[in-house]
Design a protein around this ligand. Structure first.
Ligand code: UD1
Ligand code: MG
Length: 426
């Protein structure tokens, strides 16, 4: 089946109260819009059109930077609703395939499997369109879906237009549609401007199609998957759903996560089997952590970090953009940034790589089997050779050759009986 996907991303996103376009807000470290595009690409649909509004430049820059694929971007101006967005696309005369998949750019958790399922049903069933719906506990904010006795969709009523009985309908529109191109283009211009919102609702097409004898089938989905994001509360809810999904995936792959409520692991994080993640740990991507490591509690691992096998990264340790070898221990209270640490090295409690000189970030290289005492500061750029030992409390400004001991602190002075002498002086 030849399909064109149209992703609606032009809305003002007013309810987000943000300068950033709504669809570029991040969920687990990845832009909302990318979730939608990636799912579409995963089912093999390469003909993609994104409808943008005022944030045309930001969104097209983002697409150009992150996708090599030829994704078309069409500007909708003025912004007169989802129906108007589709009408704008059709009016440009852009080449469209015989089936149109429409996705809301603010419904990011759609799984590729679901899209595949919907497409399969569409091929087999003799219908004009399929609309993803969900039975939910709290339908407020969503369009309510009305069906006839055969289960065909006959109308979608938006929250603002719904009367009290309609408001009680708990089947909602998921914002994901498949239409025959012919049916869509024949009916899209019949949509009338809504008197309350002064917008053309795409959802009004359901009644128009049904009234002319067209068949629209609902496709029931899980509520979590079609959760839309209109404000920052929903953004947090979707983030929580996605985080749980990430943790479950890791757990199924042999990683122990002690507490699903306080561990946050972004997309694009790879963790080896038999690693244990203790509570209150945040791991951002892209990051790779080897097997048999012990991470946390209270650990913050930031992007571009690679950690080898069998490491211990303990409490109050932050690691950023660093490459950590196998069997490394960084067990307590450390900041490691822009550093390379060789295998078998032990980093004492409170050790810090001072990577920033006020202007730029500098690198710290620590060799293999190095023993770093507690409370050491490495003033980067600096290199420590293999097997070196660094005395506790040292501020290391110069390179340390391999097999050497470096101590960079004042010697201790003991003044015997100083306390007694002071007392006598008084
Ligand atoms: C929409 C649906 C609602 C459904 C819900 C699912 C309509 C009229 N209502 O409501 O039935 O339950 O999604 O999440 O479609 N957009 C444009 N151009 C515009 C307006 C919006 O491209 O002129 C884009 C937005 O960027 C957004 C998507 O369309 O990605 C949906 O718009 P939004 O305003 O969020 O609609 P909802 O109120 O969520
Ligand atoms: Mg929405």
């Amino acid at each position: 089946m030849k399909i064109t996907a149209i992703i609606l991303a032009a809305g003002k996103g007013k309810r987000m109260k943000s300068n950033i376009p709504k669809v570029l807000h991040k969920i687990s470290g990845k832009e909302m819009l990318s979730y939608v595009i990636d799912s579409v690409l995963k089912v093999g649909i390469n003909d993609i059109i994104i409808v943008c509004g005022n944030s045309f430049n930001e969104v097209s820059n983002f697409i150009r930077k992150n996708y090599k694929k030829n994704i078309k971007i069409i500007r909708q101006k003025p912004l007169l609703g989802t129906g108007h967005a589709i009408a704008t696309v059709i009016k440009t005369g852009v080449d469209l395939k015989s089936v149109i998949l429409i996705l809301n750019g603010d419904v990011p958790l759609i799984k590729p499997e679901t899209l595949r399922k919907m497409i399969n049903i569409f091929t087999k069933q003799n219908c004009d369109g399929i609309i993803a719906v969900s039975k939910v506990k709290n339908p407020s904010g969503y369009g309510r879906v009305k069906t006839d006795i055969d289960g065909n969709i006959i109308k979608i009523i938006e929250e603002k237009d719904a009367n009290l009985t309609e408001k009680k309908i708990d089947i909602i529109n998921g914002g994901l549609y498949l239409f025959k191109k012919k049916i869509l283009s024949e009916n899209i211009f019949k949509i009338k401007k809504n008197v309350i919102k002064k917008e053309y609702y795409l959802t009004d097409i359901a009644e128009i199609i049904a009234k002319t004898g067209g068949i629209l089938r609902p496709h029931m989905m899980d509520e979590a998957e079609i959760k839309g994001i209109n404000d920052r509360i929903q953004l947090a809810e979707v983030e929580a759903i996605n985080n749980k999904k990430n943790l479950e995936k890791l757990a199924k792959n042999g990683i122990t996560i002690k507490d699903f409520n306080t561990v946050f692991i972004e997309d694009n994080v790879i963790i080896g089997k038999n690693t244990v993640i203790e509570p209150f740990t945040v791991i951002k991507g892209p990051t790779k952590i080897g097997p048999f490591c012990n991470i946390g509690p209270f650990t913050h691992i930031r992007p571009n970090t690679i950690i080898g096998k069998n490491c211990k990264i303990g409490n109050f340790v932050e690691i950023k953009k660093s490459n950590i070898g196998d069997n490394v221990h960084i067990a307590h209270l450390s900041y490691i940034g822009d550093a390379t640490i060789g295998s078998g090295t032990n980093i004492g409690a409170g050790t810090i790589t001072a990577n920033y000189d006020g202007k730029k970030k500098n690198k710290t290289f620590i060799g293999k089997n190095v023993y770093v005492g507690s409370d050491v500061v490495f003033i980067a750029p600096v290199k420590i050779g293999d097997n070196a030992v660094i005395g506790a409390g040292s501020v290391i400004t110069d390179d340390v050759p391999k097999n050497s001991l470096a101590i960079a602190r004042q010697r201790q002075i003991n003044k015997n009986n100083w306390v007694i002498k002071r007392r006598k002086r008084k």
